[in-house]
Design a protein around this ligand. Structure first.
Ligand SMILES: [Zn+2]
Length: 695
């Protein structure tokens, strides 16, 4: 059954403006695309024809199970074909046939077998297979030379996209000087890091000593240690320049002020080839329209803050990897089970400045981890807020060392573990250890809730989720989500941030700042919606376009906006009662945004409440031009509203629980089917495709 209420999506995405890309010069790839269009007139090619980011048919599949275009089963729910030995032998046959039929598009007809399969994962919800191929030369990956395909459980081709070098062998031969056994970099990783630091204006760091620990392998993957620079990883890649391939270092590093960067530095001459700030700041849509939060916040950090610290801290990620099975039969935690200490969902029907609902007490509850998502429970033998899925801690000075984790009390002869800390909301959050521990436990609880809920809808180990131990279920372990509460960095407040390592197997970090526009400050570790919002950024990074995209593929304003919208949506969806009025107003982070927004229990952190009522939440596609430049949260509300409308429609057609499960399945499946750097309309198409795949 397709979901009828999704067919029209919502009035929000009527295409009143054209979102298209300028065509490049006619190329062989474009000729291939033209040929494809003749065979499948309704095909959509995301991006210019010279380098399609993704190819799909809105509402249908590119091929039937036999791999031929437009064959039987080219749309509709996929049914497994019993005894299809050929498919079992070659699960990628439809991809292969597509590429062989249109070799010019990706230049990859017969080259599929020369690339390495970087990911091959099957959705537990739909049976859809996601495969990512990565081209390598001399064992070193070519940056951006990936191909991503999705096939149904009976072998129909849903999407294909990416970019392959048209002839890897010839390219390698042309670069023989660099690709042979003697492909030694002329500039080592430490020197490359210093060049990257110089490029972002930190010459004082440039003179420090750098140590490195090298892992075996042609990529020369290594961790670098340097005072004032943290969680640094470097690896060799091939960078595709206009003049050919450059052997280069891809370096990911973080400075004291909490912002992480990704740089690509030429391994021959030290030139910085690419540079980006990769920490996501989730803040305020009231910022000036052209402010880039990714850059503006860095500029606010006093330079001395960078120079003063000399910490050579061990990355939290490596410390959190020590996990053993939970020995406790019963775990109890005192948490806020609503979205905040002052829960109120739905929110106000109309603006009522400074209205606030009463504070409710936190509750001591018995934890019930999902047995599939968390087979060993949430806690381990450390009896603290460090477990397989999450490591929650207080890190006031942000030296990347936990000031403290909340320690549970062991009772019942060693069988029970209890975290019972009651916060005093009338005093400053940092001022008592009970407040610190209460926020840490609440953070831990909601990160684990996010883990378990999203796991059930498809964010599993094989799709790169965040776990220390992966139980031999695919993907790489060693990467529990790290969440720090009550962090104070320079002048950053009233916000939260997310930084991923852009690599399965390496932890990501959520930083929850204090909200200081009221006295005492409000602790964002007590706000479940913001915690889930940040966690969701990680899911998007790992799953968009099936994963394997350089830094998540949401770096242009529409993509970044949609990331914020997905995250707001998930924060509300996982905390709202699905049996409440679906046509009411739902503010995001109402508790934290007192003063920032005097209408905080009406519209929360954003310019509008999330609502199907167009007079309360009037966002439509036609309003996109009102959000020019780089401010992403305002436009993000549009995408969050689309998802919120879809949720409401599904609940109205079914019931609260069924509708919620349907929209969560759709959203997670759709994120995989979303091309990198998507437009809003492509993301809508991905939701409709997900509906075809799932239903
Ligand atoms: Zn965000």
């Amino acid at each position: 059954m397709r979901i009828p209420s999704l067919r029209g999506m919502s009035t929000r995405l009527c295409a009143t403006i054209a979102l298209s890309f300028l065509g490049a010069a006619l190329s062989a790839a474009e000729a291939g695309v033209a040929e494809l269009r003749r065979a499948l007139p309704d095909v959509h090619v995301a991006g210019d024809g010279a380098a399609p980011r993704m190819i799909y048919r809105p509402g249908g599949f590119l091929s039937g199970p036999d791999g031929f275009l437009g064959g039987p089963g080219a749309s509709g729910k996929a049914q497994p074909v019993a005894g299809d030995a050929d498919l079992a032998r070659d699960p990628h046959r439809s991809v292969r046939r597509f590429l062989d039929t249109y070799p010019a598009i990706y230049g990859a007809g017969s080259q599929l077998d020369t690339a390495e399969i970087a990911k091959d994962a099957v959705s537990p919800r739909s049976g859809m297979r996601t495969t990512v191929w990565q081209q390598k030369i001399a064992g070193i990956p070519v940056l951006g030379a990936t191909l991503v395909a999705h096939t149904t459980n009976n072998g129909s081709l849903v999407t294909v996209g990416g970019r392959f070098l048209p002839d890897l062998v010839q390219v390698a031969a042309r670069n023989q000087k660099r690709t042979g056994a003697a492909a030694a970099p002329q500039v080592d990783a430490a020197a490359a890091l210093k060049r990257a630091l110089k490029a972002i204006g930190t010459p004082d760091l440039e003179r420090k000593q750098v140590s490195s620990s090298l892992s075996p392998g042609p990529e020369q993957r290594q961790k670098l240690g340097m005072p004032g620079v943290h969680d640094t990883q470097a690896e060799l890649i091939w960078f595709q320049g206009d003049d050919g391939l450059h052997l280069a270092w891809r370096i990911r590093y973080e400075l004291d002020h909490g912002f992480a960067y990704g740089s690509v530095v030429d391994a021959d001459n030290g030139d910085v080839l690419e540079h980006r700030q990769i920490t996501i700041v989730c803040g305020d849509c009231n910022a000036p329209a052209n402010a880039d939060p990714h850059v503006a916040h860095v500029a606010h950090v006093p330079a001395r803050a960078v120079a003063q610290k000399q910490s050579a801290a061990t990355p939290l990620a490596t410390k959190a990897a020590q996990i053993s099975a939970a020995p406790f039969n019963t775990v109890q935690m005192r948490v806020f089970t609503g979205e905040s200490p002052k829960p109120m969902m739905p929110g106000l029907a109309s603006p009522n400045p400074y209205y606030e609902p009463p504070t409710v007490p936190s509750q001591l509850i018995t934890i019930a981890p999902d047995p599939l998502a968390s087979p060993n429970g949430w806690c381990n033998a450390s009896a603290s807020t460090m477990g397989n899925n999450a490591d929650a801690n207080v890190d006031h000075n942000f030296d990347r060392l936990a000031d403290r984790r909340a320690a549970g009390t062991i009772g019942g002869g060693g069988s029970t573990l209890t975290f019972d800390f009651t916060p005093d909301l009338t005093v400053a959050p940092q001022s008592t250890t009970a407040n610190q521990d209460a926020a840490t436990v609440n953070m831990f609880y909601w990160m684990n809730i996010a883990h378990d809920r999203l796991y059930k809808h498809g964010f599993t180990e094989a799709f790169g989720n965040y776990q220390s131990e992966n139980f031999s279920r695919g993907g790489l372990g060693g990467d529990p989500m790290i969440g720090t509460v009550q962090t104070a960095l320079g002048r950053i407040s009233n916000n939260a941030s997310f930084t991923d390592a852009n690599s399965d197997g390496v932890s990501a970090r959520i930083i929850m700042f204090l909200f200081n526009q009221v006295t005492p400050e409000r602790d964002s570790g007590l706000d479940a919606q913001l915690i889930i919002h940040e966690y969701m950024h990680g899911l998007i990074m790992r799953m968009i376009n099936g994963g394997g995209v350089h830094y998540g593929g949401t770096y242009w304003p529409q993509g970044r906006s949609m990331a914020e919208g997905y995250c707001d949506f998930m924060g509300i969806c996982l905390t709202a009662d699905p049996n409440d009025d679906t046509s009411a107003n739902y503010p995001f982070c109402a508790y934290l945004t007192r003063q920032t927004s005097p209408d905080n229990y009406y519209r929360g952190y954003r310019q509008y409440p999330y609502s199907t009522n167009m007079s309360a939440d009037p966002m439509t596609l036609s309003m996109v031009p009102l959000f020019p430049g780089q401010e992403v949260h305002g436009m993000g509300v549009l995408w969050g509203s689309v998802l919120w409308d879809a949720r409401a429609a599904l609940i109205d057609k079914t019931d609260g629980t069924t509708g919620t499960n349907m929209i969560l399945d759709l959203v997670l499946e759709a994120i995989k089917l979303t091309p990198p750097e998507p437009t809003l309309l492509e993301a809508r198409d991905a939701l409709l495709l997900a509906d075809v795949v799932l239903n």
